[in-house]
Design a protein around this ligand. Sequence first.
Ligand code: PLP
Length: 374
Amino acid sequence: MIFLDNASTTKIKPEAISEIERSHALFYNPSALSGKSLEVRKEIDAAKQKICKALGVDYNNNLIITGSATEADNLAIFGSAKKTGDQFVFGAGEHQAVFASANELKLRGFNVVFAPLNKFGEVDLDKLKEILLKPTAFVSIMHVSNETGAINDISKISRLVKSFWPNAIFHSDGVQAFGKIPTNVLKLGVDLYSISGHKVGAPKGIGALYVKNISKLKPIIYGGGQEFGLRSGTENTEYILAFSKVASNFEIEKSYNHAKKLSNIVRAYFEGKDGIKINSSTAASPYILSLSFEGVRGETLVHVLEEKGVVVGTGSACSSKKTTNRTLEAIGLCQKQIEGAIRISFSNENGEEEVLKACEIIEEGYRTLLEKLR
Ligand code: PLP
């Protein structure tokens, strides 16, 4: 099977598995007082230091471990939502973890505004500037789009936000960026940055939120006061250690170049072919490619391809009325192109030959499906 849906999740890495196995012996509660517990606490702090290093900072009480990036996004947003009034700004193409939270904020009486995207899938900076003319409490713009791979220039955007509203809190969802492109949070100028384990070969069910200043955030989970009171609940030692192991082995440049090679193979294969459109801009992250196959439904194509041994993602979600995709709509694709969208996403595990083979299978699957529908 050729797995090209790595933006949805990745295969757990052997070093993560062995770290989980090693940590089984470290079962003591890190908050208890025994010497063994203290050892576990030290292991967790060392692990957090490694994750922070991958974020370009020293661990200094500035990383909150969560059960997922969805939770990290929720903590960033609801933990910053103190008073209604000044606006909360979100990119129009944010992942559901942010988008649904933004909609919930709106229901709770907050002033929520969405910043439109340009045709490349990035937040439109001119439109964002217009939005920022009004008093702003919080801005959340994702680093890399999970749909198109579009990269937002987060350091530029954070400077822009702070130039308008120095006290505004700036959050970025870095899930599709972490381990793939440089994610130095100091250079990015973020106050809050969400990451996820299972997108980079660590287990599912672990994420983290980098928090520049923990005193500005309030918890969304209450209890025993772990994680500086911001995320109560006994720490998941096994997964924290596994995540940190993976994060300390990142080879950003090498992996990026590999993904770029794979992405170029797909681009070169499909470029200019009848009925097929490459939706991702060439400036996007090479790990994610959105393509549209006109005349078929993306989800049907995905099933056809799975039968032929190729796993890709859909680029759209079906509601009862029509097939929608906020991001693809926002970048101006027509309904047919949205309906026929699929998402190809790579990891280090993929090789050049299998990607080329997958392209042939995808094209053949598409043409056959199209024929059947005629
Ligand atoms: N944000 C982005 C951009 C994502 O791609 C994902 C996962 O699909 C998430 C957040 C949610 O991550 P998790 O599965 O860890 O909750």
